[in-house]
Design a protein around this ligand. Sequence first.
Ligand code: DHB
Length: 500
Amino acid sequence: MKNTIIALTMACGLSTTVMASTTTQKPYTLDFNPQNYQLEQLEINGKPLKVRAYTNIVYVKNPVDIKYEVMNIYIPDAYFNQQEVNGFNAQNAPIFFPNEVGGYMPAQPATLVGRKMGGRGPTGQNKPIETANPPSTAAYALYQGYVVASAGARGRTSTTGKAPAAIVDLKAAIRYLKYNDKKMPGDANKIISNGTSAGGAMSALLGATGDSKDYLPYLKKLGAANTSDRIFAVSAYCPITNLDHADMAYEWQFNSIHDYKKINMSMLDYKVERKETAGVLSQAQILVSNDLKAQFPNYVNQLGLVSPQKQPLQLAQDGNGSFKDLIKQYLIKSAQTAIDQGQDLSQYTWIKREGQRVIDINYDDYLVYLQRMKTPPAFDALDLSSGENQEFGTEQIDKQHFTAYGFEHSTAKGTLADAHIVKMMNPMNYIGQKQVHTSAYWRIRHGAYDKDTSLAVPVILATKLQNTGAHVDFALPWGKPHSGDYDLDELFAWINQISR
Ligand code: DHB
């Protein structure tokens, strides 16, 4: 898919079309109407594909915000004519469920056209995409024969979009798909969620928390379909997750790095913008970093994780131990894969090699190369200035703390978020729990050049899943910054393999 010429032509307008369903009065219907579509003509690499586009479907009976609680569903036209696409048919086609959540902001559903900015398109990387009309990940997925359903979700900037609104919305959309399974081509038992960053966190939460009762009161209030919300598989790129332990994980990793390049996120036309400010940690921030770093070994040790070789994963109070060794092993594997694929890593003298074989990585030098991006605490900011502080606000209070440390050291007299809501935002609390249907298949990617959260966060998630019997395809792709959807060929190969 790389280096190919892409053209995307649309038979009709796309995102401006509001279907009749969004203008009707509450309660909205949960019944999918197969007749209410527009025919779109896609063309990628000279290959045409006809698609039925069902856009702006309100997916709950009593929405709070119909700008976001809407779903776009795209179905290959072939599935209405008893034909196949890529060996799939109307009965067995998996449903690809990409979300566009970024920065814990509100998100509209994905369309067939990729974003020009923002790093959620197939080029990833948060750079402007030069092509006039780049096809989206959703468009590529249709060529694989998947039905695509993308739901919008509320987010932190609206009083009614605070945690757990985004995950509740996405669950409600899953329920809509299950409820309408018989009326729609595609197999709602084969839903594969995809997301990047905060969207990766949402994807992981969907996979971890299937049918958990914790979300029921919220789902009922919205009038979500009364059915299951478990999903088949999860694809998560650089999930910004495990937020209540991410501060200690960040300082465990970056404690020795005092220079930082902080990125302030803002929103422009629903596209997350990232602006860099350089600085050096103050003495007070170094003390906070030391405090947080010291908390991390206890957290890791009480998880009782074991490595793929069944060795206990632990950390001593100084932060060293088998858990850190496992992270190094993943980095060594990442460098080896890059070299095997022909990348030249010879400039990184801290990668120790014997010929073409990577035998070790100097972890401290790796951290110097990686650099620190966030100041401590990275997520629960003491002055309530982080996006996550806003995510854990309420209808009345815009920003709150969500860790004991943040609350106790608040410089803004911040209040503490409800512990049950903090629980509902962390997939770690649900994986392997009784009466919760955690997905069996996971693909997690976190770039080895990504410093938006500690490498420990995705490693803990992947390991917990492995330890509870899930199939986990996990890697730290070399040189990749905070981004997603950069390896769609591999992602789709994985989906094809698990769903046939
Ligand atoms: C995202 C990035 C962050 O660094 C963060 O703290 C939260 C969300 C994002 O890109 O979605």
